[in-house]
Design a protein. Structure first.
Length: 202
């Protein structure tokens, strides 16, 4: 092997980390500028790209996820948090942030799972406990509302049945009274109810 070529390859190898750090710094700078200009999607993309060029994968992906949340692209934020947890399953901040994301979408089972996961990693952290308490309160309110709706539905059904029974009873009474009155008039041969052949009263 030509020693000159070996020397050139060695210099390239040594230069790679410097180049990567330079690219990471440039991407982060542009991402911050985009964030300050409220261009959240652009900022998110730049932070995510920067994660590929340095040793701060979790930090860059977390910042990217936060930008996607500001841009209301919750699906991409969720995907990034899951990517962080795949790389670092014990990342308590990602567990908590993902739990908050699920709670904002009313996905209470998923939120509860990640709040509990965060607590298992940091048992003295109050924030996940507050998140779990909030979910418990929401569930209690939903169950109470469900019972109320079920009770109102039953009451409405019973009331409708009662009204139906009253209408049927009234109809039977009206029919009975009409028949009784007709029979009495017919028996008395009341002149007002004598029919002509054409079906008209005389």
């Amino acid at each position: 092997m030509n020693p000159i070529k070996l020397l050139g390859r060695s210099k390239i190898t040594e230069a790679v980390p410097t180049v990567r750090k330079s690219m990471e710094a440039e991407l982060i700078s542009r991402a911050i500028q985009a964030r300050e200009a409220d261009h959240y999607v652009v900022s998110a993309m730049l932070f995510e790209r920067a994660a590929d060029f340095g040793d701060h994968l979790v930090e860059r992906l977390s910042e990217s996820a936060r930008m996607y949340i500001k841009a209301k692209d919750l699906a991409k934020a969720e995907a990034l948090y899951l990517r962080i947890l795949k790389a670092d399953p014990n990342n308590v901040d990602a567990c908590f942030d993902l739990a908050n994301l699920y709670q904002s979408q009313k996905k209470y089972d998923e939120a509860e799972f990640f709040y509990e996961r965060a607590l298992s990693l940091r048992s003295d952290w109050a924030a996940p406990q507050e998140g779990l308490a909030h979910i418990g309160k929401i569930r209690a309110e939903l169950e109470q509302r469900e019972r109320q709706i079920r009770s109102e539905s039953i009451q409405n059904f019973v009331l409708a049945e009662e009204k139906k029974d009253i209408r049927n009873f009234d109809q039977r009474i009206d029919s009975s009274l009409f028949k009784k009155g007709w029979d009495e008039l017919h028996q008395d041969h009341h002149p007002a109810f004598v029919f002509t052949r054409r079906g008209n009263f005389q």
